[in-house]
Design a protein around this ligand. Structure first.
Ligand SMILES: Cc1ncc(COP(=O)(O)O)c(C=O)c1O
Length: 273
């Protein structure tokens, strides 16, 4: 089925439908929308721009070519901090440790979670650029502090730290991010083969993540993917649904055969619902 703009989330450009990886069109124009926000509010009232390098639960929306670099330029121009939410993309999902490396854009702050401990123990991390750290540490208010402080009940919890260190060891030992990069080629091929299946209006992928956009049921957004998710579950496949998308983020230890089988079950499901 051809992409129809009515079936895409409103921020997506029709000409980018079925793009593999980062889509080609609109990156600079979409980033330039920040200029309008700056003109409206004035840069002095904007502390930071927060962005997921690849929007995840919004439906796996990769940034169009040039988008993140342009955001970086505009943030530098207006002295606004750029924050990458790498909760999903961090630790290998895009084929490098961080999406910041994959897209060659350095944020001022990064927040991380999920794969930090391989999801085994709750833990979140915020990383700040040295200039931010030094700004805090050199201010008179911080004279009595020995470190850049943030105090939560479970800050630096030893069990979470142990889980994070163990996960990082395994990622390094098993070259896990390289595995993720290699597997992403299989995912890209297999998921785009669903293009002509019923209800499919767009397919997006980046790294080891992909989304299949389905034609929504009028007046009942989200219902069709939910029906598909339930069918997939009956086939012993868990697929996340959100909005009118099916969202896939297989484990890095998956095999190409498992990726094939996952897409095969989605194909069967789309033909059955
Ligand atoms: C991109 C992104 N940022 C932030 C969060 C929230 O993270 P947490 O549940 O660790 O607070 C999530 C949760 O799924 C997420 O996907």
């Amino acid at each position: 089925m051809l992409a129809d703009a009515d079936h895409l989330p409103h921020t997506l450009l029709e000409e980018n439908a079925y793009a593999k990886g980062s889509p080609r069109y609109g990156g600079l124009e979409l980033a330039d929308a920040l200029e309008e926000i700056v003109a409206l509010h004035d840069a002095s009232n904007i502390a930071a721009v927060i962005v997921e390098p690849v929007a995840g639960s919004g439906g796996v929306i990769p940034p169009p070519a040039g988008y993140l670099k342009r955001l970086r330029e505009l943030c530098d121009k207006h002295d606004i901090l750029l924050v990458f939410d790498e909760v999903i993309t961090g630790f290998g999902r895009t084929g490098n440790a961080f999406a910041a490396q994959t897209f060659d854009v350095q944020p001022d702050i990064m927040n991380l979670a999920k794969a930090l401990t391989n999801g085994t123990i709750p833990m979140g991390v915020v990383i700040a650029d040295r200039t931010i750290y030094e700004t805090f540490m050199s201010s008179a208010e911080f004279d009595s502090q020995i470190e850049f402080p943030h105090g939560y009940t479970y800050s630096a919890h030893p069990v979470a730290c142990a889980a994070a260190l163990a996960a990082l060891d395994v990622y390094e030992r098993d070259d896990m991010w390289q595995k993720s990069a290699e597997l992403s080629k299989h995912l890209e091929r297999a998921v785009h083969e669903l293009r002509d299946e019923p209800y499919v209006t767009d397919i997006r992928n980046y790294g080891l993540a992909a989304a299949v956009q389905l034609e929504g049921i009028a007046g009942e957004p989200g219902k069709r993917p939910l029906q598909a998710t339930i069918k997939c579950w009956e086939k012993e496949l868990y697929v996340r649904c959100g909005g009118d998308t099916l969202q896939l983020a297989p484990p890095f230890i998956s095999t190409p055969e498992e990726i094939e089988s996952m897409c095969g079950k989605i194909r069967e499901t789309l033909r059955e619902i």
